[in-house]
Design a protein around this ligand. Sequence first.
Ligand code: ADP
Length: 273
Amino acid sequence: MRESLKQCKRIVIKVGTSTLMYENGNINLRTIEKLARVLAELRNEGKEVVLVSSGAIGVGCRKLQLNERPKTIPEQQAIAAVGQSELMHIYSKLFGEYGYTVGQVLLTRDVTDFPISRQNVINTFDMLITQGTIPIVNENDTVAVEEIMHITKFGDNDRLSAVVAELIQADLLIMLSDIDGFYNTNPLIHPDATMFHEIHEITDDTLKLAGGKGSEFGTGGMLTKLAAAELCLKNNQKMVLTNGNNPDVIYAIISGEQVGTLFAKRKEDILNG
Ligand code: ADP
């Protein structure tokens, strides 16, 4: 099963705030720099990569020197607006070091519901990839709030990354988090938890194993990651969840090494539909 990852050409990488920021609220430049180098190297090898990056609010808080995340939605949207451009500035600089240009793609959930919007998004991704740029995706926080008649919010970037993988028909989604993989219970609370190397389907029993989120900046915990995995499995796509503290892990994954948790359908299940 792992061997098949060597053939993956189109790859979505999702990076969580806990990978991009230190617990103290500062930006983890070393990890971001390494991430940019690894993705640039994958492009050099001929792979196609799309980055889904969280971090706008965290980076915005740093930029505005706020010690804690404000509570109201307009405040969070304003901070995200500041943080998003700051984050793109950092990515642009670091990818630029390795000869790559980045393109910002901000999405709202309604793109999945309206066929013309959906096609426009797909066209943009295709063109960015053809141009050799690195698309960097986030939710459009200015527009996306919970509404009843017009659903604009993905809610979390885990789900967004699986939707992006679906839109661009990626072979693989690599989800970088602050944990080595999916365990039979939350390892932060139970140190004797054991990690799954492979999961072939998401059942109610799987969902019961997901505990709370890991860090102050963490977003959805394991539940949103399992929801993303479920969408990938439905689309016969693969997902690997692993720790993003050393982005070199991406090389190991696409060399077929057994790192993190691989979510993939069994071959026979794909054949039986
Ligand atoms: P991110 O910011 O990367 O999206 P989150 O904090 O949202 O990260 O989610 C990762 C956290 O989920 C882990 O640090 C861990 O504490 C928690 N978690 C809960 N249940 C599990 C489980 N069964 N296996 C692994 N991690 C779990």
